[in-house]
Design a protein around this ligand. Structure first.
Ligand code: CMP
Length: 139
């Protein structure tokens, strides 16, 4: 059975460029229900913890520095088959390879500054949602 939630972040560059509104509007239009949301900023340690699964990868240091460089918007989104559905909606990790019309094609700059994060599995969707939100912050 597939899960019905995924965790997203609007990344610092997309926030800086004024894309929060357009991205949230498209999320709504695509039928995802926002069940939790916050405007916040990750500390370097929080970014390191969030992306711990990538800690051996060559891009890890740059990624966590970038993700803690400015405010983000993070949300738990609900929809049937949420993880796969959201990944299709945002497009390939590298905006250069993302399908036209997807969030990363429209608002991404490069592989690191790719506008938004989306959970890559149901298991990680739960871990990542718990990272940002307590039970009483979900509606
Ligand atoms: P995200 O969905 O947030 O998950 C991990 C992030 O690492 C990814 O988006 C990219 O922004 C970033 N990243 C940087 N370099 C790479 C790479 N070579 N392969 C995959 N992800 C990368």
């Amino acid at each position: 059975m597939t899960g019905n939630i995924t965790l997203t972040m609007v990344k610092p560059m997309a926030v800086k460029k004024g894309y929060i509104g357009p991205i949230l509007a498209k999320i709504n239009e695509a039928g995802f229900k926002i069940i939790a949301m916050k405007y916040t900023k990750l500390s370097l340690d929080q970014a390191k913890k969030f992306y711990e699964v990538h800690k051996e990868r060559p891009f890890y240091n740059d990624l966590v520095n970038f993700m803690s460089s400015g405010p983000i918007v993070t949300a738990i989104l609900e929809k049937e088959n949420a993880v796969e559905s959201y990944r299709n909606f945002i497009g390939a990790t590298n905006p250069a390879n993302a399908e036209p019309g997807t969030i990363r094609a429209l608002y991404g700059t490069d592989l690191e500054k790719n506008a938004v994060h989306g959970s890559d599995s149901d298991e990680n969707a739960i871990i990542e949602s718990d990272f940002f939100f307590s039970k009483v912050e979900r509606y």
